[in-house]
Design a protein around this ligand. Structure first.
Ligand SMILES: Cc1cc2nc3c(=O)[nH]c(=O)nc-3n(C[C@H](O)[C@H](O)[C@H](O)COP(=O)(O)OP(=O)(O)OC[C@H]3O[C@@H](n4cnc5c(N)ncnc54)[C@H](O)[C@@H]3O)c2cc1C
Length: 497
């Protein structure tokens, strides 16, 4: 959403949030609801970050996330507060079915024990092997094991190849040999640590989650909105502005600094450049008690480096070590009659063992109602990731050809799509690789030296929308607690003088 481009060239607010993706917007919105004066500064010409939805010929497309998972009651609370609960759309029952490609065929991922034992996706050896899973010893609580090693140890190679590897490619666009199970899938790691195994953990953990009103990702409903995911970030932006917050787009923040007031460093100064309509750049500087960096890891590193504090060096280095997977997203619209597959599911994922160039495709118009009329279908295909990082840079024609060839072979998509929209994310998803939690700790180590500085973005605490929403809430609470402490300190020093 294009936001209010304010005339304030300089000005003070209680909190500045740098980055207007969903993480930054949730922090900012929550803070306005707590009574803070908030200013969001976003580099792009619109808020939402990677979230962007629209319609072509009446057909809905998403160039970022197609859906979120309703894992926490915080989501509905937020939608109620924003007045968009009515626009929430839950995924259709049909979307419970997710396909995995094996030998060029789409096979439903089994979602129940009977389906698991009858699926052609896994061999009898792998199925029987699951019976030994409860007896596999847990790893050391300090271990940092890759997702691949974890799955091989507990479930076996075929499970890795035909369930977890494609799943990891679908969620992180990542490589299970590189991702840390503890950092990327903390709940899986915790199941093993807490209950000694995944099967036991799923049964016992379900009871516990019920008590806590939380849902695991595999039991949670997928949701979006009747006009797509951007409804959420647009509503957050409107909500911030309605509460007298300021949202400025087209502002690239280039440095942050601590200002000395009355001999003490106690205000943050945030500077950057704004490109006006005629592309002439103007410098801006704002100050605030707190700053939340809701920016990707590389941008956060640049801003920390600008602090010119020796203590920041390790944090800058740690942030620069976080790899990102590149992804190109191809949204294609089809006449329904040109595709032979019934598209009766969420979509399909392709294991690396299969010989395709695409990572997978979402049946976007099957997941939710009213995305297209019944004569059409919209598909969202992902290319690249850590598996094929060289592919997303190929030119549009090459990307189109890859997607059309694989869609023809896998779901019988004949001829050319009615239209194709290509969205390129050169740094799509941060990779929580081995050592990630240690990197995050190195970043956090700067905070005692930088009171009032907070981080909230998808390079920490989870990449899913629901994690970003949860982390946004938590960060707003932390900023609130910091401000309250500051007030108490200032009250007591005034009382003493
Ligand atoms: C293609 C794709 C598909 C996805 N699909 C799903 C899905 O189906 N379900 C799901 O749950 N999650 C999905 N995700 C993940 C999820 O969408 C993201 O993790 C989440 O939206 C990230 O939000 P964010 O605010 O942390 O980061 P971003 O959206 O990256 O926002 C960061 C913002 O900071 C701004 N910025 C950067 N530098 C500066 C600067 N110097 N000054 C000012 N502003 C700056 C950027 O312009 C950007 O707007 C997907 C992600 C991608 C890329």
């Amino acid at each position: 959403m294009a936001a209010n481009r304010e005339s304030h060239e300089t000005g003070a607010s209680d909190v500045i949030v740098v980055g207007g993706g969903v993480s930054g917007l949730v922090v900012a919105y929550r803070l306005t609801q707590k009574g803070f004066r908030v200013r969001v500064l976003e580099r792009a010409s619109r808020t939402g970050g990677v979230i962007a939805s629209g319609r072509n010929d009446g057909m809905l497309w998403e160039s970022g996330p197609n859906s979120g998972m309703d894992t926490t009651p915080l989501i509905n609370d937020l939608l109620d507060a924003l007045g968009i609960r009515e626009q929430r759309a839950d995924a259709l029952k049909i979307a419970d079915c997710r396909f995995i490609v094996r030998n060029g065929q789409l096979i439903p991922l089994p979602m129940s024990p009977p389906a698991f034992f009858s699926t052609p996706l896994f061999s009898t050896g792998t199925k029987l092997g699951l019976l030994r899973e409860p007896f596999v010893a847990r790893s050391s609580p300090e271990s940092d094991e890759s997702v691949a090693a974890f799955v091989l140890r507990r479930l076996g190679a075929e499970f890795l190849d035909y369930a977890i590897e494609p799943f990891v490619a679908g969620v992180f666009a990542g490589n299970p040999d590189q991702l840390s199970v503890r950092a990327a899938f903390p709940k899986l790691f915790a199941l093993e640590q807490r209950y000694g195994g995944l099967i036991r953990g799923m049964i016992l953990g379900a009871r516990e989650r019920k008590r806590q009103r939380e849902k695991s990702k595999n039991n949670a409903k997928s949701f979006s909105f009747s006009d797509g995911m951007q409804t959420l970030t647009d509503a957050l932006t409107r909500g911030i502005i309605a509460a007298d917050g300021i949202v400025e787009t087209g502002v690239k923040i280039t440095s942050i600094a601590r200002d000395v007031v009355d001999g003490a460093e106690n205000r943050w100064r945030v500077s950057g450049v704004r490109a006006d309509e005629k592309s002439a750049e103007r410098n801006i500087t704002y100050s605030a008690d707190s700053v939340v960096l809701a920016t990707p890891a590389d941008a956060t590193a640049t801003l920390l480096a600008s602090l010119k504090m020796q203590e920041a060096d390790a944090a800058v280095q740690a942030l620069r070590e976080i790899p990102y997977a590149p992804v190109s997203v191809l949204i294609t619209a089809w006449r329904r009659e040109d595709i032979t597959h019934p598209l009766d599911g969420f979509g399909f994922l392709v294991p690396r063992k299969e010989n395709t160039q695409i990572l997978g495709t979402l049946f976007s118009s099957s997941m939710f109602e009213h995305r297209t009329d019944e004569k059409h279908a919209v598909l969202t295909t992902f290319i690249g990731g850590m598996r094929r990082p060289e592919l997303p840079e190929r030119d549009d024609d090459a990307l189109r050809e890859m997607s059309e060839r694989d869609l023809a072979a896998l779901i019988g998509a004949q001829g050319k799509p009615l239209w194709t929209k290509i969205s390129r994310h050169s740094r799509a998803i941060p990779q929580y690789t081995l050592g990630h939690l240690e990197r995050v700790r190195r970043v956090d180590a700067i905070r005692p030296q930088a009171p009032g500085l907070f981080f909230c973005a998808n390079w920490r605490g989870g990449i899913s929308l629901s994690d970003c929403i949860k982390n946004g809430h938590q960060t707003a609470d932390e900023v609130g607690a910091f401000a309250a402490l500051r007030r108490r300190e200032s009250d007591s020093s005034q009382n003493q003088s």
